[in-house]
Write a protein that binds this ligand. Structure first.
Ligand SMILES: [Zn+2]
Length: 486
């Protein structure tokens, strides 16, 4: 069953690259994990390790401690097996059937023309290499291989957490060789919606299409701290002062991250049209100055539209909705006091539409503190409900809060300092990782995120820095060799 991949033969640590090569030969998109899980089950069965596959497809393997370590407290290692399928435009490649075409360029291990899936093959290969080793000492290991992480942490949410005995865990889907991950954000996604009556445009109004665009956008988790413009919030700021006179007809946005483009079709009274337009243009200059550094290319376009077929909301509803567009501000809400670059809590509008009276807005709150996220959600919800909007919680998963006192993190720190003579960087990620789901279910779980360095996850340029794998392996095996003090 084991396929070898000759170009990896000379790389160290040998066992890691042997298994990395092997899993690269097996197609493993999200929802398409049966074959890789068959492979892992077969791996475990051949070695006599107890293993189980749950109804979601997750695989859980237990490996006993090596001699002298049988009664040490167990460690959970966890990784997702699915990978994001991305390829360069001109490349012909069938992810469902073809093995990845691994290649080495200097210190980079890549896949020819496609994503590499180091996210999270590094975790899977590490777990297989440990379980396959004969000369590494370790406590009892619990190996949890999960499915469908990349499409919303789906597999881990279906896993029965009572299977886990360990209260220390390593996830290799975050962190890098110099960076130990110590917390991640949970997420609350909610929808605001309402269906309104629309009216034919009254006499004496003129139609206007207003567009704010040119923002740099970016991922609503990673880029939330960069001061970039949310086009919806800017639109609200632009028309707020004239909202007594606006009749809204439609709203739309592009993108699903920090919204870089927002259009509104509205109607303005004929006799104030020019005055309101000049005010909007003046307001836009102020907004543009506000984003001069972070978002230099934003623009405003104003275009007259035919009024004949315009159906608009009432004046009162139009004013309410314009307020709503500004109330949920996309951006950070709480920073880490010790490291202001680290965002603890943020919110963003990630979708918006108004068409024929049907209004819909999607918002996401992220926080490593569940209480902070829930509190913010309740605030927004009560405001939205006061405005007569329906609110619906569409998705929620817990954050992984930083533990001030983490013995497992300290072991990684000590091993890293011993190896490099430097202190590691502690990283608090503002996105979701599977640790959040596990720590949410097992609050006394002492978790660490640490991995070799890779870049370009979810793109065809993804690569693993080969020279970081051996030091990662050295730190990990050093940590596993430590016995709990009695
Ligand atoms: Zn991942």
């Amino acid at each position: 069953m084991l396929m070898s991949y000759y170009i990896l033969n000379d790389l160290e640590p040998k066992n890691f690259f042997k298994w990395f090569g092997a899993i690269s030969q097996i197609p493993r998109g999200s929802g398409n994990e049966r074959e890789i899980m068959d492979f892992i089950m077969d791996f475990a069965v051949r070695r006599g390790y107890p293993c189980e596959r749950d109804s979601a497809g997750n695989v859980f393997v237990t490996v006993s401690g090596t001699p002298g370590y049988e009664h040490e407290p167990p460690v959970l290692l966890q990784a997702h097996v699915d990978m994001v399928w991305e390829k360069k435009e001109d490349v012909v490649f069938d992810f469902e059937t073809e093995p990845l075409r691994l290649k080495i360029q200097n210190d980079r291990l890549m896949a020819e023309g496609t994503s590499l899936g180091a996210d999270n093959a590094v975790g899977v290969a590490t777990m297989l290499a440990l379980a396959d080793s004969h000369n590494i000492v370790h406590p009892p290991l619990e190996l949890l291989f999960t499915v469908e992480e990349e499409i919303g942490l789906i597999g881990i949410r279906k896993f029965d957490m009572s299977r886990i005995r360990a209260r220390r865990m390593l996830n290799m889907d975050c962190g890098s060789i110099d960076t130990i991950c110590v917390s991640s954000a949970g997420s609350v996604r909610f929808e605001l919606s309402q269906n309104y009556s629309v009216y034919n445009l009254p006499e004496g109004y003129r139609g206007l299409e207003l567009k704010i665009g040119g923002g740099r956008g970016g991922h609503s988790a990673i880029m939330i701290n960069k001061g970039r413009m949310c086009a919806v919030n800017s639109l609200a700021a632009l028309i707020q002062s004239s909202s007594d006179h606006c009749l809204l007809a439609s709203l739309s946005v592009t993108g699903s991250a920090i919204l870089d483009n927002c259009s509104a079709v509205l109607a303005l009274p004929e006799n104030r049209y020019d005055e309101i337009l000049s005010e909007m243009i003046r307001n836009f200059e102020i907004i543009k100055a506000l984003y001069a550094e972070a978002d230099p290319d934003i623009y405003l376009s104003l275009e007259a539209v035919e009024t004949k077929e315009l159906h608009v909301l009432s004046a009162e509803i139009s004013k309410d909705l314009i307020s709503i567009l500004g109330i949920l501000r996309t951006g950070p809400y709480r920073h880490n006091a010790a490291n202001p670059d680290d965002v603890i809590t943020s919110a963003s509008i990630t979708g918006l539409s108004l068409d024929k009276g049907s209004f819909h807005m999607t918002c996401v709150i992220r926080s490593s503190s569940d209480i902070d996220a829930d509190n913010l959600f309740h605030n927004f919800r009560s405001i939205a409900e006061k405005f007569g909007l329906h609110t619906h919680l569409s998705d929620r998963y817990p954050g992984w809060p930083e533990k001030m006192d983490s013995g497992f993190r300290d072991l990684f720190r000590q091993a890293y300092v011993k190896m490099t003579g430097r202190e590691p960087i502690y990283e608090r990620i503002h996105g979701g990782v599977e640790i959040g789901i596990i720590a949410g279910a097992i609050p006394d779980m002492d978790a660490v995120g640490y991995a070799p360095t890779s870049h370009g996850a979810h793109t065809a340029d993804e690569y693993l820095l080969i020279s970081t794998v051996q030091p990662f392996w050295d730190v990990l095996t050093d940590v596993l060799s430590k016995k709990e003090k009695t």
